[in-house]
Design a protein around this ligand. Structure first.
Ligand SMILES: CC(C)(COP(=O)(O)OP(=O)(O)OC[C@H]1O[C@@H](n2cnc3c(N)ncnc32)[C@H](O)[C@@H]1OP(=O)(O)O)[C@@H](O)C(=O)NCCC(=O)NCCS
Length: 153
């Protein structure tokens, strides 16, 4: 599917296997605890996993992955390349993923967000996600997680 913003025109589609190294590079760029390329490959081939990617020509500029544990869809990760932020790419991907999760038996998305991750918490709030609890020292560096839930409409 093609999607245009005032900044550019993007192709949004399920992530292709050949693009996994780009996602691994993006994870290393933006996450403290990136999923290594082998881990991404393993997840990507599971029938219960969906990765949706936005591309600028052949460049992956944003992605969102989730795994179905019906009735939940557990968030694996979402990220937007720093050069492409605040264009609505994450908003587009998370919204486009809702019917995909619903079609696979999910009634809600659930995920964990670092307490310090104000941009992600703001994004999710805007999209109707709610914070349900805090898990202390959830992340590898000891940071707490907000458990976030989006009941699918
Ligand atoms: C969080 C992240 C995915 C947002 O991606 P994005 O494509 O820039 O998001 P959008 O353009 O769809 O932003 C939608 C809304 O989210 C909120 N938001 C996004 N980034 C924000 C920021 N840096 N500060 C405050 N609010 C922010 C705003 O409300 C924004 O709407 P606005 O631009 O009209 O004000 C991106 O900053 C990122 O990749 N961060 C690093 C990876 C990460 O933390 N992922 C989440 C792991 S749980």
């Amino acid at each position: 599917m093609a999607w245009s913003t005032p900044y550019g025109r993007y192709q949004v589609a399920p992530l292709e296997q050949k693009d996994i190294p780009q996602v691994a590079a993006l994870e290393r760029l933006v996450f403290l605890e990136p999923l290594p390329e082998e881990g991404l490959r393993a997840k990507h081939q599971l029938p219960t996993v969906v990765y949706l990617a936005a591309k600028d020509d052949s460049r992956v500029v944003a992605y969102f992955g989730f795994e179905i544990f019906a009735p939940y869809a557990h968030v694996l990760a979402n990220a937007t390349h720093p050069d492409y932020r605040r264009q609505g790419l994450a908003t587009f991907l998370l919204t486009a993923a809702e019917p995909l999760a619903r079609d696979r038996g999910a009634r809600a998305f659930v995920g964990e967000v670092r307490r310090s991750n104000a941009p992600q918490l703001a994004l999710l709030k805007q999209l109707g996600w709610v914070r349900s609890a805090i898990i202390p020292a959830f992340f590898g560096n000891g940071e707490d997680a907000h458990v976030v839930i989006r009941v699918l409409p």
